[in-house]
Ligand binder design. Structure first.
Ligand SMILES: *[C@@H]1O[C@H](CO)[C@@H](O)[C@H](O)[C@H]1NC(C)=O
Length: 273
């Protein structure tokens, strides 16, 4: 059944965050009155967990993922975090350790590669949760592929002939993401979720050609309003889909996820402003 009409999702411009990123020292975050996807899914009976990059503000507790609808959080609150040390800087010398668990600091993870660490955490959530008891919403927001370009050495080998060093590293990091997707899908199958799952894979914006990315044949890059900046790649995979193996050319906007997914979960899709 297609989701029935008449809900107009909210454009992100209404969050008041239509500027560049939230810098670590900037006192800014999602407005308090806007319900998030996990809040609505939780109301609909879901357990909600987030692993990975948040970057929607943290300057006070009310901004944290655990106050925005997630039962648990494990990941980073800022952007461009180091994949191994979890160091994050807001200019020279203004640096800190940014790996967090719920509302505290997750010390002692230095040296563990973030794509692998976050994927392991996702697996742990799948192992601990009982899908026969409650449905689960898991948001795995990997840092990859983003600067700093830090692939583990072993992933570079297949791309060793690429002349452009940034592109070579970038390709290797994409391979770690591919592997993460494989591992999570495998865990979903092994732990009894898969047949009743909807897997959504999506980028958050276009690539950055200055650091190994490419949006060819589209013009522009992340941070611009050309298609190369705002037209992202995504796919939906689910054994529940009736028309599978289909390429959709329809325009899907990021604001469609909220009503589509809350509707699918049987939740409340009305807008509270
Ligand atoms: C995927 O799983 C394999 C086998 O457990 C592990 O060696 C690898 O590090 C995992 N990769 C990621 C990206 O989590």
């Amino acid at each position: 059944e297609p989701i029935k009409c008449c809900f107009s999702p909210r454009y992100q411009i209404h969050t008041g965050l239509q500027h560049s990123i939230i810098r670590p020292s900037q006192p800014s975050c999602l407005p308090a009155h806007m319900d998030t996807l996990p809040q609505r899914l939780r109301e609909a009976g879901y357990s909600t967990h987030m692993v990975g990059k948040w970057h929607l503000g943290f300057y006070r507790k009310a901004c944290l993922p655990t106050r925005k609808g997630f039962d648990s959080f494990f990941g980073s609150l800022t952007g461009s975090v180091d994949y191994y040390s979890y160091g994050s800087c807001d200019g020279p010398g203004v640096c800190g350790y940014d790996l967090h668990e719920d509302e505290g600091v997750a010390w002692g993870q230095e040296g563990k590669y973030s794509t692998t660490l976050f994927t392991q955490r996702a697996r742990k959530i799948l192992e601990t949760h009982d899908p026969t008891e409650r449905p689960l919403f898991l948001l795995l927001s990997l840092q990859a592929v983003h600067t700093p370009l830090q692939p583990p050495k072993s992933y570079i080998y297949p791309y060793r002939d690429m002349a452009n060093v940034a592109r070579r590293k970038y390709a290797a990091m994409v391979s770690t993401v591919d592997e993460a997707v494989r591992n999570v899908t495998y865990a979903l199958r092994k732990l009894g979720y898969y047949r009743n799952s909807v897997i959504i894979y999506s980028t958050d914006n276009g690539a950055q050609p200055f650091t190994g990315g490419s949006n060819w044949p589209l013009r522009g890059r992340k941070g611009t309003y050309w298609e190369g900046g705002v037209r992202g790649v995504a796919f939906v995979h689910s054994p529940l889909l009736r028309r599978r193996r289909r390429v959709s050319k329809a325009l899907l906007h990021i604001s469609d996820w909220f009503p589509t997914l809350v509707g699918l979960a049987g939740g409340n899709i009305s807008q509270v402003s």
